[in-house]
Design a protein around this ligand. Structure first.
Ligand SMILES: [Mg+2]
Ligand SMILES: [Zn+2]
Length: 189
C-alpha cells in the first residue's frame, strides 16, 4: 500500500478554543466549523493527526491524567458531530522546566513518529495551526503548511507566515479547502 497523505492539526486555537492550559473537560469548546472540516477530511479518507504541545504539564498546571480527560472530551465532541481523529500526539515538556526535547513543536519527533506509525507521506500532507511552530515542520518534512489567522494567532507568527510566503486561512475549514485544491484525487499519487 502506498503511503497516505495526512492532515497534521494543532489542537488549541485550531480545533478547540485556546482557553490556555485547559485541564477541565467541561472547558473544551469546539471552534466553529472545526468538526465539519475534520469530517470532510474523514470523508476524503485523509487521516487526521493531532499534534499538541502541552507545556502546562511541565509547569505543573495540569497532569497527564487531566490532559487525557480533555483529549477524550474533545474526541467525544467531535464524534457527536460525526468527525474522527486518527491519533493524537502530545509533548508534555517545556525547556525552562524539563530541559530541551525533540518533541515540542516546532520539533518534528512527534510528526516523524506519526508518519512511521500510520504509514503517512508528509510531502502530500497539510500542516495547520494558529502558531508558526505548527506550520514550520512542513518546511522540514515537506508538505503544505497553512497558517491560521484567528483570535489566538500572535501577530509575530502571522508576520513570519507572510515573510515565508506561507498561505493563510481564516479558519480550519478554509485551510482544508486550500489543501483539497492541491490534493491529488484518490488513486493518483
Ligand atoms: Mg495552537
Ligand atoms: Zn517534548
Amino acid at each position: 500500500m502506498s503511503k497516505r497523505p495526512a492532515a497534521f492539526l494543532d489542537r488549541d486555537g485550531t480545533i478547540m478554543r485556546d482557553a490556555s492550559y485547559v485541564r477541565n473537560p467541561n472547558d473544551v469548546e469546539l471552534l466553529p466549523g472545526a468538526a465539519d472540516a475534520i469530517r470532510r477530511l474523514n470523508d476524503r479518507g485523509v487521516p487526521v493527526i493531532v499534534i499538541t504541545n502541552q507545556s502546562g504539564i511541565a509547569r505543573g498546571w495540569l497532569t497527564e491524567a487531566d490532559y487525557e480527560t480533555v483529549r477524550d472530551r474533545l474526541n467525544d465532541l467531535l464524534a457527536a458531530e460525526g468527525a474522527h481523529v486518527e491519533a493524537t500526539y502530545m509533548c508534555p515538556h517545556h525547556p525552562d522546566f524539563t530541559g530541551p526535547c525533540d518533541c515540542r513543536k516546532p520539533g518534528t519527533a512527534l510528526y516523524r513518529q506519526a508518519i512511521a506509525e500510520h504509514d503517512l507521506d508528509p510531502t502530500q500532507s497539510v500542516f495547520v495551526g494558529d502558531r508558526w511552530r505548527d506550520v514550520e515542520p512542513a518546511s522540514v518534512l515537506g508538505g503544505l503548511g497553512i497558517m491560521l489567522d484567528v483570535e489566538s494567532t500572535p501577530a509575530a507568527d502571522l508576520e513570519r507566515a507572510h515573510t515565508n510566503s506561507v498561505p493563510i486561512a481564516r479558519s480550519l475549514g478554509e485551510a482544508i479547502d486550500k489543501f483539497f485544491a492541491v490534493l491529488p484525487a484518490p488513486g493518483h499519487s
